[in-house]
Design a protein around this ligand. Structure first.
Ligand code: SUG
Length: 452
């Protein structure tokens, strides 16, 4: 019986879910800018994914949405009218782009919330957390302090959990969290090989850079996290994303590669010097785990970079079922594109590939902002004793699923027009909803408005 589990913490989509076109290098976000969003449907789609994984026998938990509108950020930026309706009005009039960033529900993509190192790999035997600074985009950078606060609240036991500050908020240390990090292992209970992927060096010169879109993750950030998490050098590999992938819209590595246990599923254009990177991973894995890492590579002839970005095949979740078999949780877009379906069928048919089945899920509301199944979850490998130190209310089961879906149906708007999003009415609705949510999850007061 396994005593260590990969727990998926999914971000609950917040009530202000909207399409603001805010995200650099993210084609879906640009394309859908200012279209009408459907917050209720978005949150229910996310919850349905959590329930589906829980029904498959996996441990599934939820992270609460952060407070939006971020009134504390607006005030910090000088919108200082005494009443909140006027703070919103002032911001709308003088800096609509700032307001829009302060309304974004982007914290739903918790693969970017932090990078995690399980206790089996850290020299001090604790689970390590470094919240991502997300400095590549203003609307995401404001997530970092509040994410840090929520993670400290959920993983509160200092004898088991170590929390680091987000890295310095400068370009040289741009960090987008677990979306650029994969941990390979023979089994979750054993040691893991940490694969950090960056877009460019931040402080040193000399490496190729994308020309069209920014590289959000730096090598210096990856190195700092490996140090902070006290991972032995033999269990760390760094690699660079190809500039052409970033320029095609691969703004995080999880848009072009993923992994689980001993399976690495990636596109041949994912990494600079791909052959050497894969060879190094193989050698270090063999050394650490005594077995072979399975490299499931997809060629550009099978699926072009543009197709990979359009269907988000690589942003699927690879999971190990309680039977030990592996399953792929893929977005429905991955089923609709014949080339992507063929890749999945080929992998399932290959006896050397541990993938046994695929499930397609409808996550279209999130996908329209560039967030597939993998973006919506943060993997936290926890031993049984560590799980007991987590507040029970955050786990998904029949009861919490029923409570959360009823809560969403009660409080979320069916649709949100970009022009109504700054209304004081929405602010009040959101606060009522979030206040109730903290009671459902049993987390105490975590929001700024609850402190006043
Ligand atoms: O950072 N989109 C997010 C999507 C993040 C997906 N995460 C992973 N690949 N792990 C981003 O680009 C769009 C918000 C808007 O435009 O309204 C946004 O922030």
């Amino acid at each position: 019986m396994a005593t260590t589990f990969e727990v998926n913490f999914d971000g609950l989509v917040g009530p202000t879910h909207n399409y603001a076109g805010l995200a650099a290098g993210n084609e879906a976000s640009r394309r859908n800018q200012r279209t009408i969003s459907h917050p209720r449907e978005a949150a229910l789609q996310g919850l349905a994914k959590m329930k589906a994984l829980s029904d498959l026998g996996l441990k599934q938990a939820v992270l609460p949405p952060l407070e939006r509108p971020a009134m504390h950020v607006l005030r910090r930026l000088g919108f200082d009218a005494p009443d909140e309706a006027n703070v919103l009005r002032q911001a709308q009039r003088d800096a609509p782009e700032v307001l829009s960033a302060c309304l974004s529900a982007s914290n739903m993509w918790v693969a970017n919330a932090a990078t995690i190192c399980p206790s089996a790999d850290a020299a001090d035997g604790r689970v390590h957390f470094t919240p991502a600074n997300l400095i590549g985009n203003f609307h995401r950078s404001i997530e970092a302090p509040d994410t840090a606060h929520v993670l400290r609240r959920i993983f509160a036991d200092e004898s088991r959990f170590a929390h680091h500050e987000p890295l310095p908020a400068v370009g040289g240390f741009g960090d987008e969290g677990a979306a650029n990090h994969t941990r390979f292992c023979a089994a979750h209970s054993g040691r893991g090989l940490h694969f950090f992927v960056y877009g460019q060096t931040g402080l040193r010169e000399g490496q190729a850079r994308p020309s069209r879109h920014p590289a959000r993750q730096t090598k210096e950030a990856c190195e700092a996290i490996a140090r902070l998490h006290r991972i032995p050098a033999a269990q760390v590999v760094f690699a660079q994303q190809t500039p052409e992938a970033i320029d095609a819209g691969v703004f995080h590595n999880d848009v072009i590669a993923t992994g689980n246990e001993r399976l690495h599923f990636y596109h041949e254009q994912a990494f600079v010097d791909c052959e050497r990177t894969i060879a190094t991973l193989g050698e270090q894995f063999r050394e650490m785990a005594g077995g072979e890492l399975v490299s499931a590579v997809v060629t550009r002839d099978e699926l072009s970079l543009d197709e990979a970005v359009a269907c988000y095949l690589f942003n699927s979740q690879l999971i190990t079922l309680p039977t030990g078999a592996m399953a792929l949780i893929a977005p429905s877009e991955g089923e609709e594109l014949p080339a992507s379906r063929r890749v999945i069928e080929r992998m399932i048919a290959d006896p050397a590939n541990p993938l046994a089945e695929v499930r397609y899920l409808d996550l279209r509301q999130s996908m329209r902002n560039g967030g597939g199944p993998a973006c919506l979850r943060l993997r936290v490998v926890l031993a049984e004793a560590e799980i007991t130190a987590v507040p029970p209310g955050v786990f998904i089961n029949e009861r919490s699923y029923a409570l959360l879906t009823a809560w969403v149906s009660r409080h979320y708007r069916e649709s949100l027009d970009p022009d109504e999003i700054a209304s004081p009415g929405l602010l009040l609705e959101v606060r009522t909803a979030l206040d109730e949510l903290t009671q459902i999850l049993g987390l105490g007061s975590i929001y700024h408005f609850q402190q006043t």
